[in-house]
Structure formats: C-alpha cells, structure tokens
Design a protein around this ligand. Structure first.
Ligand SMILES: Cc1ncc(COP(=O)(O)O)c(C=O)c1O
Length: 382
C-alpha cells in the first residue's frame, strides 16, 4: 500500500522478517465495531462471524465457509468430518507441524511423502505410491501461496481413487490456478489467520467447502460437538473451536484489504524476480503460468547448500536485512515428535528444506526496502 523510488543507501534501515499492517482508518473501524459488540454482549458466533464467513466463501468461490479458532482447528475438523480415525492420511513432509498434528489429533496416522522441487507441493505419483487400503484422505499444502500446476492431476487422482482431498490453504488466501481459487479444489480446505499470514484475524481459521454435509459437521464440531446451538445434545467429539466476534471483526477488515495487500506483495516479488534473474547462486520458486500467488513467502533456492544460520546472521548484522522464516527448515519426518511415523528417506525435501531461503515480503513494504534486500543478497549470490 505504499511505494517510493528514492535511492538505496547501504543498510539504511532494518528490514524485518515480517510486518503486520493495520492502517489507522482500519484500526479505528475495528475499535468501533468491537465497542459495538462489547456493548451488545454478542461476543461469539454472532453477525460479524457470519459476515466474515459469507465474504470469505465469496473470495474462495465455495458454497460454505465456517469460521473457527485457528487453522489447525479447521484442518482437524475437516479430517474428523471425513472420518479418518484409525486410518492413514497422506501428508507432505515439508509442511508446518500443524498439518500432521491435526491428522494425529483426529486419530489417524500421518504418512509422509516427498515434495515436488518445481512447486514445493506434493506430486500425484508420490501420492499414488503412498495410497493403501487404509488411506482415508490426502492433504495438499500450497506452500508459500503457490498453487501447483499439478494440482488438477492430484484432484483427478483422488477423484478416481475415491479419496477425499483436503487443502491446507493456510498460506494461500487469494491465490489461484487457472481461475480456481485455493480452497475450491478439494473436498474441504483450511485457512489460517495467524498474524504472520497474508491476512489475519489475530488468531483464527476458516474451513471452506462446497459439500453441505462437511459444512454441517463443521458447525457441530466447532461448538463442542453440539447438535445445534440451542440444544445441549452432544453428538460429536467436538471442542471449543469457535471464533469470537472481535476476531471476526479484525478478519473482516483485513479481508477487505486483501487485494491491496496481495498487490503490495506482488509488486515486491516482481522486483525480486527481476533482480534474481541476474543472480547465479539463487533461483526463485516459479509461479506457474495461469497461477496467481499471494506471495505469502518469496521462496528462493540456493544453488549450493550453505550454513543458513550464518548467512542470516551476516545479512542481519552487515545489511540490516532479516530473512523470513523458511517453509520449512526441517521436514516433519525428521521431527522428534513424529519419529514413530517417520518412514523416509525423503531426499528431495531433505535437500530443499536445507537449501532454500525466504526473502522478506509484506504489505506496506517499500521498493527501497526490496532494493536493500537485493543489494544484500547480491553480496552472497550475485
Ligand atoms: C501450513 C500450515 N498449516 C497449518 C497452520 C496452522 O494454522 P494456525 O496457526 O492458525 O493454527 C499453519 C500456520 O500457522 C501453516 O503454516
């Protein structure tokens, strides 16, 4: 939402890894609405939650959206509604802890598979190899906001095998491929509104689906498994996964800003694309033709593996530049908590998790800030 063209002075300022932006007028709107719900006493599952759901479903082009307390909750609810308990769920190894943790919380066994170097997503052939008679679902993650050009193939594979596909769209608000929005490819999708995401509700999540039954189940699960809001009959092993009205109000305002916030990120990404085209040692992750990335992350792969901690320290101390967090630093089959499900080796992820970096990109980032990042990177990869 801002840009300037003044020349860069070396290490002129600190470039943070991420920045959360709420414009003054948006903060004023949020405060006014929160004051209104505080005065009314309607603090949860109220009209702002419903409005947020209606408008988020419109963004994704899905029939339903159900607001919940987190992206993790949205994932677990989708998996519980599908009925994965006692079965297996195929998940990428290069994802956030919560993708696989939701599978375990829903009573299933995560089966980790390797990644596609072209998209950082999973490949249909790896999914097909991992399917067994016990497979209850497949989870695809749109890493960094990029929807893989092979997603339609994966959708077709799952359709042919009769296995539900769940999108972990925690990174992908507003991303699309060939005109279909992230969230509208699978049986259900989970979005996160954690503060570092492209849009936030402070904390929160959204389950989107075109399936009436999944939407009905989600409404039951998020409110302690109650058959209906007014009746105290508990028919599902639900939880308190509700979204409060203040969170919905914050999310609604950021949703309104989403096109501008994505445009900011795309403007910065275009500067990085131009500059990195001339770098020998650093290759950006390509957004496929027909795809739109929200640039939750700007991912670039280092030609040679190097000590990333040391690189980050030198960029920070020498150039004032903080890199954004990786997606992800260590694959999940190597994480101690998932040791009993580990399997592997999964060589592509083991290599690429160690060999990529994420350049800082956020709404409100100025062109000069991007140029400072480019200058800093040129010292190592130019
Ligand atoms: C890929 C992925 N899945 C799931 C989650 C969980 O979302 P939340 O933190 O809202 O529970 C996140 C983000 O935090 C994520 O990045």
């Amino acid at each position: 939402m801002s840009a300037s063209n003044t020349p860069v002075s070396a290490a002129a300022r600190k470039i943070p890894a991420a920045r959360v932006q709420f414009l003054a007028e948006d903060r004023a709107w949020i405060v006014e609405k929160i004051d209104e719900v505080l005065a009314s006493g309607m603090l949860t599952l109220g009209r702002y939650g419903k409005e947020f759901e209606r408008r988020f479903a419109a963004l994704c082009g899905t029939k339903h959206a159900v607001s919940v307390g987190s992206g993790t909750a949205a994932l677990e609810i989708a998996l519980r509604a599908i009925g994965v308990e006692g079965k297996e769920v195929v998940v990428p190894t290069n994802t956030f802890f919560a993708t696989a943790a939701a599978v375990v919380h829903a009573g299933a066994r995560p089966v980790f598979i390797d990644m596609d170097p072209a998209s950082f997503a999973i490949r249909p052939e790896d999914v097909e190899r991992a399917l067994t008679a016990r497979t209850a679902a497949v989870v695809v993650v749109h890493i960094g906001g990029v929807v893989s050009e092979r997603l339609p193939e994966l959708v077709e594979l799952c359709r042919r095998k009769g296995i539900p596909l769940v999108e972990d769209a925690a990174h992908a608000h507003g991303s699309s491929y060939q005109g279909t929005m992230a969230g509208a490819f699978g049986l259900a999708a989970a979005f996160s509104f954690y503060p570092t995401k492209v849009m936030t509700s402070a904390e929160g999540g959204m389950l989107v689906t075109n399936d009436d039954r999944i939407a009905e189940e989600a409404v039951i699960y998020r409110d302690q498994g109650k058959a209906s809001f007014l009746v105290n009959a508990h028919t599902r092993m639900g939880h308190n996964w509700r979204m409060s009205e203040p969170h919905a109000i914050i999310g609604l305002r950021h949703l309104e800003r989403l096109p501008e916030m994505i445009a900011d990120r795309q403007r910065i990404a275009a500067l990085y694309d131009d500059a990195l085209a001339g770098f020998r040692g650093l290759q950006p992750l390509r957004v496929p033709e027909g795809g739109v990335s929200n640039y939750y992350k700007y991912i670039a792969v280092m030609r040679e593996r190097r000590d990333r901690q040391e690189l980050k320290r030198r960029l920070r101390e020498g150039f004032g530049v903080s890199l954004s967090g990786e997606v992800y630093e260590e694959p999940l089959h190597k994480q101690p908590v998932f040791a009993s499900y580990a399997g592997g080796p999964l060589p592509v992820a083991e290599d690429l998790c160690a060999r990529h970096i994420c350049l800082p990109v956020y709404s409100g980032m100025e062109d000069d800030e991007a140029r400072q990042v480019i200058e800093a990177l040129a010292a190592f990869f130019g």
